[in-house]
Design a protein around this ligand. Structure first.
Ligand code: TYD
Length: 200
């Protein structure tokens, strides 16, 4: 089973991911967690390039292809081997983030991103995207530390990102479920588990 946790910055994915892992482990499943970009030596290098190299000029298309590079690697090095061992794979972001951040946010052509994503992943895609949804004002309050390159984008960008997640969920309801992140940690966790039980 392959599930991705998605949503805007500050929506609480990093709090929910270990809770979800524990929930699956209590059911006797082995869980592999990966984050994007990252989770492989190449992915971590790409992550550093993409998020923390201040002053390095990266155009939107290069940005997209770098995210896709990290994704191509994690699919082959981590995700497929885990799925072959019959494990549950939980991804902290996956292709939907590229569609929404570089497409809706960065205004690259969404249909082109889908095609590139299909090629990069070779069709290894999550059965379900869980989208944690939070209004922008809350999300900003929750963010911690120095903002990375994408977090530093203008509010209008993050507005388009939020709307992008909601639009994609409406377009592809069988692949996406939206969970309101304006709730307690326990209630959000319960809602995520319910969605998984219902869908998968
Ligand atoms: P990360 O530190 O993982 O942020 P978060 O905890 O919010 O997930 O940084 C990932 C950043 O990269 C985040 O701002 C979203 C962005 N991103 C894209 O723009 N496109 C992508 O394809 C992915 C995977 C992430």
């Amino acid at each position: 089973m392959f599930i991705a946790l998605e949503g805007g910055d500050g929506a609480g994915k990093s709090t929910q991911l270990p809770l979800l892992q524990e929930w699956f482990e209590k059911q006797g499943k082995t869980v592999t967690i990966c984050r994007e970009p990252g989770s492989t030596p190449l992915g971590e290098k790409v992550r550093d390039l993409l998020l923390f190299q201040r002053g390095l000029e990266i155009c939107r298309m290069s940005e997209l292809l770098l995210f896709m590079t990290a994704r191509a690697q994690v699919v082959r090095q981590v995700i497929r081997p885990a799925l072959e061992r019959d494990e549950v794979v939980l991804a902290d972001r996956f292709l939907l983030s590229s569609i929404v951040y570089q497409g809706y946010g960065g205004e690259l052509e969404v249909e082109e991103i889908r095609k590139i994503g299909q090629i990069a992943t070779g069709g290894t895609l999550p059965e379900l995207n869980i989208i944690l949804d939070l209004p922008l004002t809350y999300a900003k309050m929750r963010r911690k530390g120095e903002p990375d390159r994408l977090e530093s984008e203008a509010d209008a960008f993050h507005d388009r990102v939020r709307n992008g997640f909601l639009t994609e969920a409406r377009l592809f309801p069988e692949k996406n479920v939206v969970v309101s992140a304006e709730d307690s940690v326990e209630r959000i966790h319960a809602e995520i588990c319910r969605a998984i039980q219902e869908r998968l």
